[in-house]
Design a protein around this ligand. Structure first.
Ligand code: TPP
Ligand code: MG
Length: 358
């Protein structure tokens, strides 16, 4: 099932309003770290060192370009594939790995599924696995910000498949009616697990769905970091000026599996993947930097090397951090533990090795 690809050639010329050369180099470095970390997480899962992972290769330019156009005060409501968003927001790699492993560094105390990280201080809300729930949460938060006259936006991330969920429609409708300052960032990666975009909807584009709700709708080449950056900047500007929300459809492709639990070879063709890989956002951005004299092949190799070393150090640190004490599962729910739970906690303690007991 071939997907139409408009232009396989790397793009060098860019209209105004994109990233400056300096920004582009920094964005590219983040994209490289993102891909290297994504590759490592897949390997770690295959080696049984982390439990679960949802890869995002192919979506680096969309995620990095989008987050680059935001302010740190803006609230982010991700799905489960937003590694690039977290990295641009400044979430340290070791902290992400602590959550994957569920060690004592995990701020969520091992209470979330692996890969479902979230950080209040980064305004990065915990990943949503039930598709679409993050959309209405983002709209509600935007309405609250509007009520408080805070000049911020909320951004919600979701996929092509999620445009068929109830929350997508409820969220767009509310946002349209109340002019909520929300950016609906849809990464159309062409697949919802094994269901292709063609079987998801008869709509010509996903962005056109905005029209029914009186919301701005934009289609953008998600393999082009400049184009995504421009579209999100404009959407942000409109939102804070009270001109309402925008649905952005970033057209990308998921290069890897849906998650570490499926095998894409069973439902999609290698030729389709190869076609999209010609537009690899990393290769494209590198090509542009080299053509502009901002990067050499040697510097590029060094960038990858540094990224991989940084990741290896973070993995070592996370794996050496002790496991969480299982008794922490009794914390943070009751001001004082009810007697039955206190007995359960004591009983659990009796199973722990002596060195773990207080
Ligand atoms: C409410 C609900 N229904 C079904 C699922 C199972 N499910 C998990 S991911 C997914 C596909 C989502 O596809 P898309 O929105 O395109 O996002 P992508 O995974 O491609 O990034 C489905 C159906 C779920 N998590 N939640
Ligand atoms: Mg999808």
């Amino acid at each position: 099932m071939a997907t139409a690809v408009r232009d396989a050639r790397p793009k060098v010329e860019n209209p105004p309003g994109g990233l400056t050369p300096d920004e582009l180099l920094r964005a590219y470095r983040t994209m490289v770290i993102c891909r290297a970390l994504d590759e490592r997480c897949l390997t770690l899962q295959r080696q049984g060192r982390i439990g679960f992972y949802a890869p995002m290769q192919g979506q680096e330019a969309a995620q990095v370009g989008c987050t680059w156009a935001l302010q740190s005060e803006d609230w982010l409501f991700p799905a489960y594939r937003e590694l690039g968003v977290a990295l641009v927001r400044g979430v340290p790699i070791p902290l992400i790995l602590d959550q994957f492993i569920g060690n004592q560094g995990d701020e969520l105390k091992g209470r979330q599924m692996p890969n479902h990280y979230g950080y209040r201080r980064f305004r990065f809300v915990t990943a949503s696995s039930p598709v679409g729930t993050q959309i209405t949460q983002a709209v509600g938060t935007a309405m609250a910000a509007q009520y408080r006259k805070e000049p911020i936006v909320t951004v919600t991330f979701f996929g092509d498949g999620t445009t068929s969920s109830n929350d997508f429609h409820a969220g767009l409708n509310f946002a349209g009616v109340f002019s909520a300052p929300t950016i609906f960032f849809c990464q159309n990666n062409q697949w919802a697990i094994s269901l292709p975009r063609e079987r998801q909807t008869r709509s010509e584009t996903l962005a056109v769905k905005a029209k029914a709700y009186g919301v701005w709708g934009v289609v953008v080449d998600g393999m082009d970091v400049h184009a995504v950056y421009r579209a999100v900047r404009e959407a942000r500007q409109r939102a804070v000026e009270g001109q309402g929300p925008t649905l952005i459809e970033a057209q990308v492709y998921r290069f890897g599996p849906h998650s570490t639990s499926d095998d894409p070879k069973r439902y999609r063709s290698e030729s389709d993947l190869a076609l999209w890989k010609e537009r690899d956002p990393i290769a494209r951005t590198k090509h542009e930097l080299i053509a502009a004299g901002r990067l050499t092949e040697a510097q590029d190799l060094q960038l990858w090397e540094t990224a991989r070393q940084q990741i290896t150090q973070a993995v070592d640190k996370a794996e050496k951090t002790p496991a969480l004490d299982p008794r922490t599962m009794f914390d943070d729910v009751f001001a004082s533990l009810p007697p039955q739970l206190q007995r359960d906690r004591d009983e659990l303690a009796s199973f722990l090795p002596p060195e773990a007991k207080p």
